[in-house]
Design a protein around this ligand. Structure first.
Ligand code: ZN
Ligand code: ZN
Length: 401
């Protein structure tokens, strides 16, 4: 079969590879009908993800049709159309039982301490071959696969695999309550979906921060207030727009390889500086500056986003971190976060936890992306008054807790 294979940093190619076979009684073989490239795949291709084995088939976002099934798979049949969770889970261990599927204790052959098991990832995540291929072996298929109804096309199915659940996971991490304000730093696919999910969860004001006009336009269409970080200092704008209070919740969805920011300095809100920006111990700061390896890029946007997130959050606010930051971010404004009593929450999305209900919403046509008639003004009209709409959104939140 043909597959997109990682050969090394900068070396990703379409190769002829061996067809996958059933290896365990809980495996399935799926003919991939559509798969997508995630930002994570681009980071792998650039060599920014350590521990990637040459020969690994890339990709963790895919939908397809079952070609073959292990004898212990009883909830699917050959020919079923399925959506594949990017992270693998057994469905039977303690963590899976708590809905913490990404922390499954059995899926990762290296052991649970090595983190989530996933398709197309580094050695520490399995490794398992990915879904940018004609066929894929799906381990723990009883939990990793979900039935994909005919009403949901492949393109919507792909959006459902990772971007929507991860955006939703980001909103859940912030513990956003209806009416609270939210700032989303980084408005790529996951940031956009976080904005949509926050709207559905009843957020008050939503601010979208990015440097690309097309992304800011898309965020505006979702009802967010756009802030172009290339044109203005986003923290200052957020302070001005909230009369100095800051935002209740922040989602940091800025990837490690984002371009450097024009405004700000990640060290400006470091533990070494006071709230007024005065350096508490400039000699120590100088020493740290000199100790920093030359090839480290401390002023990149990922580090900057931590400083911005902390500075933008209101007192007792919450900052959620969604994107992959493999060790390069060494500066975190700990003291600034401590002074504000901030809560920092981060992690990998439990895809399997959210997907059944998300698939059901897509099938019913009640997801924002699929059904423009369910945008806020229409729903208000359908529901008759604002109060019942608010109650409906509260109701919608509860099954996702
Ligand atoms: Zn992805
Ligand atoms: Zn498990």
């Amino acid at each position: 079969m043909k597959a997109i294979v990682f050969g090394g940093p900068g070396d990703v190619r379409v190769d002829e590879t061996r067809d996958p076979e059933l290896e365990e009684s809980t495996d399935a073989i799926v003919r991939v009908t559509a798969s997508a490239i995630c930002g994570f795949d681009l980071r792998i291709a650039r060599g920014e993800v350590p521990d990637m084995l040459p020969g690994t088939i890339l990709g963790h976002e895919g939908v397809g049709v079952i070609e073959d099934l292990g004898e212990d798979i009883r909830n699917f049949q050959i020919g079923d159309r399925v959506l594949l969770c990017p992270t693998l889970a057994c469905g039977a261990c303690h963590q899976c039982g708590r809905g913490h599927y990404a922390h499954c204790e059995r899926a990762n052959p290296n052991g649970a301490a090595f983190g989530p098991a996933m398709f197309g990832g580094p050695a520490a995540s399995g490794p398992f071959h990915g879904l940018l291929a004609e066929y894929a072996r799906v381990p723990l298929a009883h939990t990793t696969m979900l039935h994909l109804p005919e009403e949901i096309g492949d393109a919507d199915g792909l959006l459902l695999t990772d971007a929507i659940p991860t955006g939703l996971f980001g909103v859940r991490l912030t513990r956003l309550s209806p009416g609270q304000s939210l700032a989303v730093f980084g408005c790529g696919p996951i940031g956009q979906q976080a904005i949509t999910c926050a709207q559905r969860a009843g957020a008050g004001r939503i601010f979208a921060i990015d440097g690309m006009e097309s992304r800011l336009d898309a965020a505006r269409e979702r009802g967010a207030e756009a802030i172009d970080m290339e044109a203005e200092d986003p923290v200052q704008v957020l302070r001005d727009l909230t009369k100095g209070a800051g935002v209740d919740c922040v989602i940091n969805a800025v990837p490690i390889d984002a371009l450097p920011a024009r405004f700000g300095d990640p060290l400006a809100a470091s533990p070494l500086t006071s709230p007024a920006g005065d350096t508490l111990d400039s000699s120590l700061l100088d020493i740290l500056e000199r100790l920093r390896p030359v090839d480290e890029a401390p002023f990149d946007l990922a580090a900057q986003a931590f400083a911005w997130s902390t500075a933008a959050a209101a007192t007792s606010g919450t900052v959620a971190v969604l994107c992959f930051h493999p060790g390069q971010v060494r500066h975190f404004p700990l003291m600034a976060a401590l002074r504000k009593n901030l809560t920092l929450r981060l992690g990998t999305c439990h895809h399997r936890k959210y997907l059944p209900r998300l698939i059901e919403k897509f099938q019913r046509g009640t997801w924002w992306e699929r059904s423009p008639r369910h945008r806020v003004p229409d729903v208000l009209r359908d529901q008759g008054d604002g109060d019942s709409f608010f109650e409906q959104r509260l109701f919608e939140m509860s099954p996702w807790d």
